[in-house]
Design a protein around this ligand. Structure first.
Ligand code: NAD
Ligand code: UDP
Length: 315
């Protein structure tokens, strides 16, 4: 049993991580400022005496005696991270400094939830960890991309300079239950629009690609990474290599919901990556043959069921 700190633990991914680590008998401290996270994602854990929720913003230091830290705090949908871009950079950079400082002080192992966005609009396809990326420093996505890149730099420098035990994973597009129905990401947008019979908004021509990973596969990869020995620091891609265009995703969502929604085309936001697909051979090799087990249709069916019941309770 370990005492584990999860930043961003009330968010979509963080709340699933809380559940997994509690189910293994660990003590979990979840810190979150509830910017995009929701109390309802974690409230089922409130009666568990191994669970503690602390409302805290990681741009300020936080002290606790812990064995492991998972650093997930950061808005992840373009709509949310562009809402207050300066705050997004502060969360990634000052948050990383504060959590790495804590890890150094209490000798905890620390994992960074980095992102495929560090590859920007990639010229190498599929993306391997060796690729340095193609990122605009001054665009509307830069607050997130460069914030996450700088966080990786800080992790590596705390490791080299202070021997902090670090792990970096680069997460590719992940979806599943407890996504915020209105956070603007493509999977939640398409499902909510289909369930409400509204037009499905395709940005650009819909031929851009993403590779969608179901949340349970990510949690498995993430916890395996934390469990590796100290010589394994990453970065390691964690994602599902099955790649789809946004038109294919829309068609699948319409089929699975039986919706009568029509497609409408809207402007493509600037710097929107044209393609994205992880090479996961490193994860397979280092994480005990980890690979995704839930494919898109199966994951979408579960996610549609969740959104359907969310929308009904909102009525
Ligand atoms: P999310 O928005 O649901 O979760 C982020 C959580 O961080 C929220 O609970 C939010 O309230 C909290 N938070 C934000 N700023 C904070 C701050 N300053 N202090 C404390 N808490 C703060 O998003 P998610 O999809 O669960 O993403 C979790 C992490 O995984 C993020 O770091 C994100 O960059 C990374 N990631 C996610 C994806 C994905 O597809 N979902 C892909 C790549 C990387
Ligand atoms: N997208 C879309 N319609 C929407 C929301 C997003 O066509 O209603 C597109 C978006 O332009 C991008 C892709 O879907 O090409 C994935 O967008 P998301 O915001 O989910 O993630 P990210 O761009 O960060 O991978």
């Amino acid at each position: 049993m370990s005492r584990i700190l999860i930043t961003g633990g009330a968010g979509f991914i963080g709340s699933h991580l809380c559940d997994r680590l509690l189910s293994q008998g660990n003590e979990v401290i979840c810190i979150d400022n509830l910017f995009t996270g929701r109390r309802k994602n974690i409230e089922h854990n409130f009666p568990n005496h191994n669970f503690e929720f602390v409302r805290h913003d990681i741009t300020a230091p936080y002290l606790a005696e812990v064995d492991e830290i998972y650093n997930l705090a950061c808005p992840a949908s373009p709509v949310h991270y562009q809402y207050n871009p300066i705050k997004t950079v502060k969360t990634s950079v000052m948050g990383a400094i504060n959590m790495l400082g804590l890890a150094k002080r209490v000798k905890a192992k620390i994992l960074q939830a980095s992102t495929s966005e560090v590859y920007g609009d990639p010229n190498v396809h599929p993306q391997t960890e060796e690729y340095w990326g193609n990122v605009n420093t001054i665009g509307i996505r830069s607050c997130y991309d460069e914030g996450k890149r700088c966080a990786e730099t800080l992790f590596m420098d705390y490791h080299r300079q202070n021997a902090v035990r670090i792990k970096i994973i680069r997460i590719f597009n992940t979806y599943g239950e407890r996504m915020d129905p209105f956070d603007g990401r493509v999977v939640s947008n398409f499902i909510v629009q289909a369930l409400k019979g509204e037009d499905i908004t395709i940005f650009g021509n819909g031929l851009q690609t993403r590779s969608f990973q179901y949340v349970d596969d990510l949690i498995e990869g993430m916890t395996r990474m934390m469990g590796t020995n100290d010589s394994i620091i990453g970065p390691v891609n964690i994602g599902n290599p099955n790649e789809f265009t946004m038109l294919e995703l829309a068609t699948k969502v319409i089929d699975l919901t039986g919706s009568s929604s029509k497609l409408i085309f809207k402007d493509l936001p600037s710097d929107d990556p044209k393609q994205r697909q992880p090479n996961i051979s490193k994860a397979y090799e280092l994480l005990d043959q980890w690979q995704p087990t839930v494919q898109l249709e199966e994951g979408l069916i579960k996610t549609i069921k969740y959104f359907d019941s969310e929308l009904k309770t909102m009525k």
